[in-house]
Design a protein around this ligand. Structure first.
Ligand SMILES: [Zn+2]
Length: 374
């Protein structure tokens, strides 16, 4: 099969692309689809690719990236493309989701959309945009039933579709029950379970698989110009979320490795329980704010995962020596219990429990798990 053009900068997901290509060519293409998968795996980019494939005017490879339809979809301005996303609640209008927004607010929304056009992995960050409301669906209804898109396939893409409130979801359901001819609905979401059963039963479900950290690492090296180690830290901390990895790559992560090593050294020492050592650890820069605490703990989880998997030279550039040292020093180390404990602490900190108590308890438990004591 001729390789189609990767118009929307999709990373990996070759199987998904081939699957959709074949489905579109088969002519047995349903009218409503849910693309689910973790944040940052490329669901929106895939939906845009499908919209371009369905509308591309090329006689051979679709999407060609050169015809007018492809170029318009690349700019998210094709007349047959209807893009829905959460907007701030500014007026009670039941038919116009944009009513009540000031010009300056519209400009911010357009600037945000522009970032999405430049890089489809970008998460829209519109202030106060918490849900997709009925006004958006009513406007959509008007647009798609009235539109005369000769020769085009209308594609409705609902970004983060789980943000639809109940009213909006019910209104969409009515459209899905009697869809206008030549219209395809693509709902992207990380939380398909939050969509009503009635909507899900009308759609075919497609899971977009996780990205491997190696792919993310390569992308960071190529696009962000970071070195291999920095790229690996960001890629692995992102847990498969390309957008998050790009954000991580914008700050300096080099000190994290040293912090993890220092923490492990402290944990490994027999006199760790001394109040002095503990307080030093708690004053660490790595724990000074919510974000860095979460980041630090995520990285600590990665370390214990590598211990559990007995990672070898060549599989990671981060801490092979430390992993092997740990295994030698603490052959009884219960990594799974350690990971569980760190995950528990991450949850607790997100709920704003007492910081010092939570971390002291964590370090105490980790110290035990290292030694295989339960
Ligand atoms: Zn084209």
């Amino acid at each position: 099969m001729a390789k189609t053009l990767n118009l929307f900068q999709l990373i990996g997901q070759e199987q998904s692309r081939e699957y959709w290509d074949a489905l579109i060519k088969s002519g047995r293409f349903g009218h409503a689809h849910i693309l689910s998968g973790h944040s940052g795996v490329g669901k929106d980019a895939l939906a845009f690719t499908i919209a371009a494939t369905l509308n591309c005017k090329s006689e051979s490879v679709k999407p060609c990236g050169e015809c007018q339809a492809c170029r318009q979809i690349l700019n998210l301005e094709h007349p047959a493309l209807h893009l829905l996303f959460a907007l701030p609640r500014k007026s009670a209008s039941q038919t116009d989701p944009f009513s009540g927004l000031k010009e300056s607010e519209m400009e911010l929304i357009n600037a945000d959309l522009k970032k999405k056009i430049e890089w489809p992995y970008y998460h829209l960050q519109i202030d106060g945009a918490n849900d997709i409301r009925i006004a958006a669906i009513r406007k959509l209804r008007k647009d798609i039933y009235l539109a005369n898109d000769l020769g085009n396939t209308r594609v409705v893409i609902i970004l983060r579709a789980h943000k639809m409130n109940v009213e909006a979801a019910n209104a969409l359901l009515k459209i899905l029950e009697e869809p206008p001819q030549g219209t395809v609905f693509m709902l992207t979401t990380e939380f398909p379970d939050r969509l009503p059963d009635t909507i899900r039963s009308r759609c075919s479900m497609h899971h977009v698989p996780d990205l491997s950290w190696n792919l993310i690492q390569e992308d960071l090296i190529a696009k962000k110009g970071v070195d291999k180690i920095q790229a690996e830290i960001c890629a692995r901390m992102s847990m498969g979320d390309l957008a998050a990895a790009h954000t991580f790559a914008e700050r300096d992560n080099t000190f994290w490795l040293d912090r993890i090593r220092a923490t492990l050294n402290t944990l490994a020492r027999e006199d760790f329980v001394s109040v002095h050592k503990q307080s030093l650890l708690l004053k660490d820069k790595a724990l000074e704010n919510d974000e860095s605490r979460q980041q630090f703990l995520s990285l600590l989880i990665l370390f214990f995962r590598d211990v559990a998997m007995d990672i070898k030279q060549g599989e990671t550039a981060l801490w092979v020596t430390q992993v092997q040292q740990m295994k030698k020093l603490f052959p009884e180390c219960n990594s799974h219990a350690a990971i569980k404990e760190i995950e528990r602490t991450k949850d607790a900190l997100a709920r704003k429990v007492h910081l010092q108590l939570a971390l002291t308890a964590l370090f105490f438990q980790l110290r035990k798990h290292l030694r295989g004591q339960s």
